[in-house]
Design a binder for this molecule. Structure first.
Ligand SMILES: [Zn+2]
Ligand SMILES: [Zn+2]
Ligand SMILES: [Zn+2]
Length: 346
């Protein structure tokens, strides 16, 4: 029998199929490989990107020259532009707002060949430090309601350029996914006086079937109501609403868990395409504009990273109903991932 399962963090239902045993190899896909001649993200090609807004340069090399470890540049073809005032318009029921925002690219390594799963933990920590630095900088701009950091890995996941990178979009409207999660967490806190995610993590640790990684600092699990096979979420075990407030040690601990998660996926599913998204609290000024609103945010929200391997297409029933059909129970996904050795070199 398949079953409907509710995601307590999203408030949505999925259909989990569990009527036949599926093997991980059934979910592997043939990857498309990009063909590019000159990569604008490689060292020596700095002039092919807009001027950098942040870089980690261990040798104190000059800006916009080689010698960087992580480099952040505005997107050359931004979806949203940083210049200008916000202005809202309405024609009848149709509302619009100027496409103000920021769109940046975080180039995660100078090495064109290695994907994020193949970086060292210290290199991944440096990427997380770049995320933190950009969040702290951009949140000073009162026009931005939310700063969304995400990574597309592979053409199938929306990354035509193979050089490992993530992106940041600063947007003037709180994204609906974020708003829904914040509201659900807030309601739980107001009703129970506790953080929903802290409560969820305690239940998941006690149950154990969906836990992939737990070193006492960070935890990776396959969500109970996963929409897709091998969907994963990564959480700090220490309650924290804001990724940007994590200290260097916490970022290093996060990098260790993130690396473990990516390596297991890479091994088990032959380097699958994926998206991951950082879910963290909105910047403070977005809350300060409404007195009394989200005063409990620091207690009721709990940042995390959500990862979805892009192994299948969304079909008509999913589009139409919002009910995703997951052919692999998350308990099986977690089992396969736990059995996978993340430490083999590749
Ligand atoms: Zn490159
Ligand atoms: Zn919490
Ligand atoms: Zn989330």
């Amino acid at each position: 029998m398949s079953e409907f399962r509710k995601d307590s963090l999203r408030g949505t239902w999925v259909i989990t199929e569990n009527h036949r045993a599926r093997q991980p190899r059934e979910f592997r896909i043939d990857r498309q490989m990009p063909t590019i001649t000159i990569c604008p993200f490689c060292p020596g090609q700095e002039s092919k990107t807009p001027l950098e807004v942040f870089a980690l340069r261990p040798g104190n090399t000059k800006a916009n020259e080689p010698g960087w470890q992580v480099r952040v540049v505005p997107n050359k073809f931004p979806i949203l532009r940083i210049e200008g005032e916000l202005s809202q318009q309405a024609t009848g029921l149709n509302q619009s707002m100027r496409g103000i925002g920021a769109h940046e690219v975080i180039i995660e390594t100078a090495d064109h060949q290695r994907s994020m799963a193949q970086l060292e933990i210290a290199e991944t920590t440096a990427v997380l430090m770049a995320y933190r630095a950009r969040l702290l900088d951009l949140r000073q701009d009162p026009r931005f309601r939310y700063l969304q950091i995400f990574k597309n890995h592979g053409i199938e996941a929306g990354a035509p350029l193979p050089h490992s990178h993530s992106q940041l979009m600063a947007v003037p409207i709180t994204p609906p996914v974020t708003r829904s999660e914040l509201n659900i967490c807030r309601r739980h806190f107001l009703a129970n006086g506790k953080c929903l995610i802290c409560d969820l993590l305690a239940e998941e640790i006690a149950d154990g079937r969906r836990v992939v990684f737990n070193d006492g600092r960070f935890l990776v699990l396959a969500p109970y109501a996963s929409c897709f096979p091998f969907e994963l979420r990564l959480f700090p075990l220490q309650h924290s609403h804001d990724f940007a407030l994590q200290n260097d040690q916490e970022l290093a601990d996060c990098a260790k868990a993130l690396q473990d998660m990516l390596r297991r996926l890479h091994r088990l599913l032959a380097d699958p395409p994926y998206n991951y998204i950082l879910h963290t609290a909105p910047p403070i000024q977005a809350r300060a504009s409404k007195p009394g609103y989200w005063q409990t945010l620091a207690s009721d929200y709990h940042w995390h990273i959500e990862l979805v391997p892009r192994l299948s297409q969304i079909a008509g029933f999913e589009w139409g109903s919002g009910f995703f059909i997951n052919p692999l129970p998350p308990e099986d996904a977690a089992h396969f991932l736990r059995e996978t050795d993340p430490n083999l070199s590749f």
